[in-house]
Design a protein around this ligand. Structure first.
Ligand SMILES: NC(=O)C1=CN([C@@H]2O[C@H](COP(=O)(O)OP(=O)(O)OC[C@H]3O[C@@H](n4cnc5c(N)ncnc54)[C@H](OP(=O)(O)O)[C@@H]3O)[C@@H](O)[C@H]2O)[C@@H](O)CC1
Ligand SMILES: Nc1ncnc2c1ncn2[C@@H]1O[C@H](COP(=O)(O)OP(=O)(O)O)[C@@H](O)[C@H]1O
Length: 313
């Protein structure tokens, strides 16, 4: 088992910032999203919703006609078209990045010195590019595929029991991180963030399992993009791998608590930021009536989690 360090409320408190007097939409970070496709237009909306919920100062969306008009009709805050950005999110809702009309732009983003979340169909670009400043966000089967493309073997053949699968998955994420030099965030009930060269991975154990529904990974990718853009815009130097990994971990932690908050709201209860803070302070005791959520419910709960995190300690 690789060594892990749980990501906790105090870590989130250190990382989440509120806008200050001199801030503008640009200083809060510009996020570029090249997500969604004619096949999966909904993922474009969900990833943009994740970025907006995470507090993006300015969002650009680059994509084909159907997802573009869907994004504009659902989220008029988003500006359509490419342009200067502090971070990017690519691949969510793209079946195959190699076959996508944006393939050239996607490859450029993978190889640029720009913090970039590489999700779903864009993961297939990693094996035949020279990636730089990327956070790879595979789920288990995408990690397996990526390992295979990189010549590192698969995990599916080695599955035997939950604990063994987790161990093997952690090792596989570590070898992809070391081989590519990029950060790997492996999604699941437990999410791990592995940084190349770092001994310890960050670990987020979800306080509920209601996030296990289609589209929540798209929300996560967008939210991490917004966090990266904010951190990059605040910094006078390019973000280090370590700083990027902290933002990815923050994204996974906020996402897990947003799922918890949305599931509590599904019971009909009005859950305040104060109650969320109480649950986050004593995660082992977090309880209450819960019910099914949609990915968009999760995105809507993100601002409450951020408000709870920003409360005075
Ligand atoms: N609203 C939107 O627009 C949405 C768009 N989305 C977008 O869709 C794209 C494809 O993403 P994806 O994760 O679904 O695909 P993929 O990487 O192939 O993994 C497949 C995994 O599922 C499993 N599996 C398959 N069928 C199964 C079954 N019947 N019952 C059980 N398991 C089954 C299969 O397991 P296997 O059988 O291979 O072991 C494998 O583990 C991507 O771009 C994403 O962003 C999503 O975010 C959703 C919302
Ligand atoms: N059993 C579970 N418990 C808690 N969280 C889960 C569970 N299963 C999946 N998740 C979370 O839900 C999200 C699913 O992402 P992903 O697999 O990319 O789905 P999609 O492509 O449909 O968006 C991830 O953030 C993952 O950590």
């Amino acid at each position: 088992m690789i060594a892990t360090r749980p990501f906790e409320l105090d870590d989130a408190r250190r990382l989440v910032t509120a806008p200050a007097l001199r801030d503008s939409k640009y200083t809060r970070g510009v996020t570029l999203l090249a997500t969604g496709s004619e096949e999966y237009p909904g993922a474009a909306v969900l990833s943009c919703a994740g970025a907006l919920a995470g507090g993006a100062g300015f969002m650009r969306y680059l994509g084909p006609e159907t997802p573009t008009s869907l994004v504009l009709s659902r989220l008029p805050e988003v500006v359509v078209g490419g342009g200067r950005a502090d971070a990017a999110v690519i691949g969510s809702g793209i079946g195959s990045a190699r076959d996508d009309a944006r393939a050239t732009e996607l490859r450029e983003l993978v190889e640029m010195d720009l913090p970039t979340v590489v999700d779903a169909g864009a993961l297939e670009l990693i094996a035949d590019t020279t990636p730089k400043s990327c956070i790879l966000t595979p789920h288990e089967s995408e990690l397996d595929k990526l390992g295979e493309q990189l010549g590192l073997g698969t995990i599916s053949t080695q599955k035997s029991g939950r604990r063994r699968t987790r161990t093997v998955r952690g090792k596989q994420a570590r070898s992809v991180a070391e081989h590519t030099g990029q950060i790997v965030l492996i999604k699941g009930a437990a999410t791990r963030i592995v940084t190349p060269g770092a001994e310890t991975a960050h670990l987020i154990e979800a306080p509920s399992h209601w996030a296990a529904t289609a589209g929540t990974g798209d929300v996560l990718a967008g939210m991490i993009g917004a966090f990266l853009a904010g951190a990059a815009a605040r910094s006078s130097m390019p973000l280090t791998n370590e700083e990027m990994a902290w933002q990815a971990s923050l994204g996974a932690w906020v996402h897990a608590w947003a799922a918890w908050t949305a599931a509590r709201r599904a019971s009909g209860d009005h859950i305040t930021a104060e109650e969320v803070l109480d649950a986050m302070s004593h995660p082992a005791m977090a309880a209450g009536f819960m019910g099914p959520i949609r990915a968009s419910d999760l995105a809507r709960a993100v601002p409450t989690v951020l408000a709870a995190t920003l409360a005075e300690a």
